[in-house]
Design a protein around this ligand. Structure first.
Ligand SMILES: [Zn+2]
Length: 390
């Protein structure tokens, strides 16, 4: 685990994402209009995140040496997302896989990346060419085409353990640190800020309904073991890709917290060590593009390679009713049900329901071990549903 505050690659990655956010290059007029309307107003704020592939065709990236901008390899922005909301557990449990409960920008980026990968796989299946993937000869599996590395830029330090000290320093009333209220066995959001290295749920206001969704720090920490791919996609790919870099705002990086969150707190058993792909944290000193303070309700999901955008509000498509039972056509394309539909077209296996599909995934044993190694993970929301095999 390394933190490098002086590598110019961090600024180049952040700049690529911010440019694509400010001037989306792959959207026609109508979609561009939707995109602009979904950006926060002057009085509002949100978090911006973007996933970038770094093609190292000409020169292998040497992680031990500093890089100057002039030598930066080719960057391609794959997904750009905004958002800072989370939906309560009570809504997840009735959603039948149709609610996107975690709307934090960095987690949406990973969901949208999995959607992109599944779209590309389905395109290959229908004899189209993909820029991202090829089909392996002699197997049914897919492989990433280029020897790329992947970087995730986030305009804020991820919620949870990596930003605990930042949050603590921001409170005038220091007694707030000491509440140790738990949610489903996990330390709740902003409670017990003196407890460092703990798995936490997503932060919310004290009076907000309970969510079991884990903090972005915890989810990104887990991805060091389970790759960027979700369980559904993992088994369709040879050599699943891992995140190499996390790019964060320089002035908010607390090196002790970052090292603890992504490395020091992990009690790694020997059988897990071969799965561990440590992140390297790079810094950006570019200003955040938001000016206000009221959290925006909207989340943008933008995928430049597919000229695709979807806007979400309260976990469903913007403009659709966010009731307990969500209609099929009102859900996001990155909901559990929609992603499972795409994945099922690509596998000969049949599964009774979503839980069975997840439990059969080869990464599930590694995920269980990694959760135990990171800390007390606690319960998640129950969101099982029957799968429809076409
Ligand atoms: Zn978060």
């Amino acid at each position: 685990m390394l933190v490098d505050l002086d590598d110019d690659l961090g600024n180049a990655i952040a700049q690529a994402v911010i440019n694509e956010y400010r001037r989306p290059s792959k959207l026609g007029n109508k979609l561009l209009h939707n995109f602009r309307n979904a950006r926060p107003k002057d009085t509002e704020t949100t978090v911006l995140a973007g996933l970038v592939s770094i093609e190292s065709n000409n020169r292998p990236i040497d992680q031990t040496k500093r890089q100057k901008v002039g030598k930066t390899p080719r960057l391609e922005v794959l997904v750009v997302c905004t958002g800072m909301k989370v939906m309560p557990a009570s809504r997840v449990e009735h959603s039948q896989g149709r609610l996107v409960h975690d709307l934090h920008a960095e987690i949406l980026c990973l969901r949208l990346f999995n959607w992109l990968v599944l779209q590309e796989m389905n395109a290959i299946r229908e004899n189209s060419v993909s820029n991202l993937l090829i089909r392996e000869h002699g197997t049914e599996k897919f492989k990433f085409k280029h020897d790329s590395q992947f970087a995730l830029y986030i305009s804020e330090v991820p919620c949870g353990d990596a930003s605990t000290e930042n949050l603590r320093d921001s409170f005038a009333d220091q007694t707030i640190w000491h509440s140790l209220e738990e949610t489903g066995g996990t330390l709740r959001g902003r409670n017990g800020l003196s407890r460092l290295g703990s798995v936490r749920t997503k932060p919310g206001r004290k009076d907000s309904p309970v969510s079991y969704s884990k903090s972005c720090s915890d989810k990104l920490c887990l991805k060091q073991f389970t790759s960027m791919l979700s369980s559904l996609v993992y088994d369709l790919v040879d050599d699943p890709p891992y995140l190499s870099f996390l790019v964060l705002p320089k002035q908010k990086i607390n090196q002790t917290a970052i090292k603890r969150c992504f490395c020091d707190r992990i009690k790694m058993p020997p059988e897990l060590s071969s799965y561990y792909h440590p992140l390297k944290v790079l810094a950006s000193d570019l200003p955040c593009p938001f000016t206000g303070s009221t959290p925006s309700n909207l989340s943008i999901l933008y995928c430049p390679p597919r000229s695709y955008i979807q806007v979400l509000n309260k976990g469903v498509r913007n403009g659709c009713p966010a009731k307990k039972s969500i209609q099929y056509q009102h859900q996001s394309d990155v909901s559990r049900e929609k992603l499972a539909e795409l994945a099922l077209r690509l596998t000969p296996h049949k599964f009774k329901d979503y839980n069975e599909l997840k439990n059969c995934a080869s990464v599930s044993a590694c995920k269980k071990l990694a959760r135990e190694a990171i800390g007390h993970w606690g319960k998640g929301s129950e969101d099982n549903f029957l799968l429809n095999h076409e």
